[in-house]
Ligand binder design. Structure first.
Ligand SMILES: CC(=O)SCCNC(=O)CCNC(=O)[C@H](O)C(C)(C)COP(=O)(O)OP(=O)(O)OC[C@H]1O[C@@H](n2cnc3c(N)ncnc32)[C@H](O)[C@@H]1OP(=O)(O)O
Length: 414
């Protein structure tokens, strides 16, 4: 008998959270506070469980939630974010994720979602469901003594100022600042109340206890909050009593290059600190070039991050803008979902519609997901055999049309 896959009842939440914690190898313990948070923030109609017919226990978990994704041009598009996917090791590779994903796509079609998003735990999992890697990230480690920065630095040169504030103050100004920052960053997603409460210690989860952080806020000469760096530090001294601490940046938001420069220079000026790890940044982040010697910032992580699944091609392609005009007819294949068909994109007008015209390009919906936010190059995908050119010049045109001047970036795990 196969497992029962369905939305869970509130009485099954404890068992479901245990399955999530087990799948993610964090714990099996579920606290009252974990449950209270789930009941408060998770829409149970969008929380699926797979239940073993023999034991009745939850052996698979899956959840989606309403999210806003900034797309090229700045629109905040409502999407379905997939999270908390976990199948117990005793029940893996029996098709449970596939069944939960199929149920999610059916529900997404009913809701009218144009796109789905997720952060893939492992690369090979989600391509088969039509998701494509759509943003990348880079983490640098800065060797502070090598930056060439003046260690006597104590204030931004642009008339702005930096102050240390507590988590409660960050909780107050952070959401407004983040909303302004994300509007200018394709690939960024909204942070909900739960995100802010967990980040500032208002609430915590048993497997992710709150760790106190430092918050450096940058204000312009006019007193406007234009950036913040949230960081932690370790405590490492050599036998000779030489401090060798590393600052780990948890979050750095900046509205302007001036704020960005001031915050990085501040972090590199802190006494006792030899290294600054930047946290996950955009791959074309300004950071290395904000340092006199950019080579003092060494890449320590470079990977795919946000994955995008186009569900409704007409609405998804119509929601973003394009850097250059051009008309492309795309033949999209989609084994697992509703995106299959032939579409005419008029990039200049920002309009996409179904068409019977001859195709210029053929591609799978997962490749379309990779192109969607401007990260992937159509030329590169064609070289990899993921885009086929039916009209000479169409791949080069698609490259120019879809790509963006700055690379998309999703700062958040969800
Ligand atoms: C958005 C997020 O939450 S990301 C977090 C994902 N969760 C985890 O990584 C936690 C640990 N892993 C798990 O819980 C499970 O192994 C899951 C959720 C990744 C997969 O669940 P399963 O129920 O085993 O997947 P399912 O049986 O439907 O597999 C479908 C296909 O995907 C393949 N597949 C599934 N997971 C993986 C993987 N990690 N690596 C490679 N292939 C995979 C299967 O082999 C199968 O291929 P086939 O159809 O050719 O046989």
């Amino acid at each position: 008998m196969s497992a029962d896959v369905r939305p869970i009842a509130e009485s099954e939440l404890h068992d479901w959270v245990r399955a999530v914690h087990t799948g993610f190898l964090t714990a099996t313990r579920v606290t009252d506070s974990d449950l209270a948070q789930r009941a408060k923030y998770n829409d149970l109609a969008r929380v699926q469980g797979a239940f073993d017919p023999g034991t009745g226990r939850c052996v698979g978990a899956f959840r989606s939630f309403a999210q806003e994704l900034t797309v090229p041009g700045g629109a905040a598009v409502p999407v379905s974010a997939v999270s908390n996917v976990g199948v117990l090791p005793t029940h893996r590779r029996q098709g449970l994720l596939t069944r939960m994903m199929a149920a999610e796509f059916a529900a997404a079609a009913e809701r009218g979602d144009a796109l789905a998003t997720l952060i893939a735990a492992e690369y090979p999992i989600y391509g088969r469901y039509g998701f494509g890697p759509a943003t990348a990230l880079t983490e640098w480690e800065i060797d502070v003594p090598r930056t060439g920065l003046d260690r006597r630095w104590s204030a931004p040169a642009d008339g702005g100022r930096i102050d240390l504030v507590d988590a409660a103050e960050f909780r107050r100004f952070g959401p407004g600042l983040h909303d302004k920052v994300r509007a200018a960053v394709p690939g960024a997603v909204n942070r909900d109340e739960r995100w802010w409460n967990l980040a500032t210690g208002v609430e915590e989860m048993s497997h992710r206890p709150y760790k106190e952080k430092f918050h450096a806020v940058y204000r312009t000469a006019e007193g406007e909050v234009a950036g913040v760096a949230v960081y932690t530090a370790d405590d490492h001294w050599t036998d000779a009593k030489v401090p060798q601490n590393t600052v780990q940046v948890q979050d750095l938001l900046a509205l302007t290059p001036q704020a960005e420069r001031a915050l990085w220079h501040f972090l590199c000026s802190i006494d006792w600190v030899l290294k600054v790890r930047t946290g996950y940044r955009a791959p074309d982040d300004l950071l290395p070039h904000l340092l006199p010697d950019p080579r003092s910032a060494r890449v320590v992580t470079s990977a795919d991050f946000l994955w995008v699944r186009v569900l409704d091609v007409v609405r998804a392609l119509g929601a973003r803008t394009y850097e250059v005009p051009g008309v492309l007819v795309l033949e999209v294949t989609d084994e697992a979902g509703p995106a299959a068909g032939r579409y005419r994109l008029d990039a200049g007008a920002g309009v996409c519609e179904r068409t019977q015209e001859a195709a210029d390009l053929r591609l799978d919906v997962s490749a379309l997901g990779s192109l969607y936010l401007g990260e992937a190059s159509a030329v590169r995908l064609a070289a990899l055999g993921q885009v086929a050119e039916e009209r000479p010049g169409a791949v080069a045109l698609a490259d120019a049309v879809f790509r963006t001047a700055r690379r998309p970036w999703c700062p958040d795990v969800f």
